[in-house]
Design a binder for this molecule. Structure first.
Ligand code: ATP
Ligand code: LTN
Length: 338
């Protein structure tokens, strides 16, 4: 039984995803699937980082709808709202408040090195806003507010975790120990699922080309078609090699979802062709996503249940976040409330 004492001893996990679209197979394999495996051993907070998604121009009505859908996708994928605190970032004002304070101990030079900023700035040439630049500071605030020990993310977020650790260490050295120094938790296989159309680029839910990603709510036919169209190569041999990024990506997907090691997957596909590989990978994806899609449909009918989760979890998160924020405000010399 989970006694209060056990609960208190458990380490803390924090992670989040942007509501910039329906979650992809990359989000699922790189992060969400791990979150589900971790929910029993840790005290977990899983956030829908809606403020982060404002760094790229969003249609307001769509953003609102997508945010709610991402929350439902978390639950449909297996996150138990009784065990985890699942909430919207914007419902906890402390994220923005801490972010400001942390931005005053973060250097332009550090932020300038972030590869995600460089990539997104290139992609959104007409909208290189200040939020895009300070994005990692808000992410550090997300994590540090809850004194998280572990942050389960895909490989692309490794650099952001490093800067969060640097900011936390700097704060602690300057003002005294307030923050736990968080660690990234990155899966061994599947930490970087690649685009199905350009397998040297990461699969991203905001890619313009719909064939580049699989959404966790894609219908079986669509999944099979997208996999059939996935870019491979002209080698004709199934090997796990950087020279064959398309095939390697399919093997990673297969291995993460089936639980088979890469070695045993290679044995399994020995003497088979790309057609067989694609068919089996497609079927494995369809089967892995089927229960998620069924639960999602159920949740869609249950508006009150979702509303209640949003409210209760937002309150809980606020309560934890305030504790850290107050300590920080005191340490940096902001006047106490009377
Ligand atoms: P966007 O396209 O809006 O930038 P995204 O699809 O890259 O979004 P995020 O919301 O930024 O996804 O990321 C949520 C989580 O999913 C993070 O932990 C991230 O590391 C992980 N993730 C995203 N894409 C992949 C991928 N292709 N492979 C593995 N993990 C991924
Ligand atoms: N930056 C992440 C999303 C994100 C996040 C976080 C992840 C925002 N805040 C805190 C882990 C912890 C991304 O772009 N994938």
């Amino acid at each position: 039984m989970d006694t209060a004492q056990n609960q208190a001893k458990k380490k803390i996990i924090f992670s989040g995803m942007q509501p910039t679209g329906v979650l992809t197979l990359g989000n699922y394999i790189g992060a969400l699937k791990n979150w589900i495996d971790l929910q029993d051993q840790y005290n977990c907070l899983y956030c829908i980082v809606d403020l982060h998604s404002l760094t790229v121009r969003q249609d307001p009505a769509r953003l609102r709808k997508r945010s709610r859908e991402v929350l439902m996708q978390y639950i449909a994928a297996g996150l138990d709202p009784e065990k985890n605190i699942i909430f919207y970032q914007s419902h906890v004002p402390a994220h923005s408040e801490l972010s400001w304070i942390l931005s005053c101990i973060t250097y332009m030079g550090e932020l300038n090195r972030m590869t995600q900023f460089k990539e997104k700035a290139q992609k959104n040439e007409g909208n290189v806003n200040a939020g895009l630049f300070t994005y990692p500071v808000l992410m550090a605030a997300d994590i540090l507010l809850y004194q998280a020990d572990l942050v389960p993310v895909g490989e692309d977020q490794k650099q952001h975790l490093e800067i969060a650790r640097d900011i936390a260490t700097r704060f602690n050295n300057r003002y005294g120990n307030v923050f736990t120094i968080p660690e990234a938790y990155i899966p061994k296989v599947g930490a970087r699922i690649m685009s199905l159309q350009e397998p040297t680029k990461k699969m991203s839910k905001s890619d313009e080309n719909e064939n580049a990603y699989i959404q966790i709510l894609d219908e079986p036919n669509r999944i099979m078609n997208k996999i059939k169209r996935a870019v491979t190569d002209s080698e004709g041999q199934i090997r796990y090699s950087d020279q064959q990024p398309g095939v390697k990506n399919l093997l990673n997907i297969y291995s993460s979802l089936s639980g088979e090691s890469i070695e045993s997957a290679l044995e399994h596909f020995e003497n088979k062709g790309y057609g067989d590989l694609k068919k089996e990978v497609g079927e494995t994806i369809v089967e892995a996503l089927r229960p998620i899609q069924e639960r999602f449909k159920e949740l869609e009918k249950n508006k009150d249940y979702i509303d209640q989760i949003i409210k209760d979890n937002g309150d809980k998160a606020n309560c934890f976040a305030q504790r850290t924020l107050r300590k920080v405000q005191k340490k940096v010399g902001l006047p106490p409330r009377i």
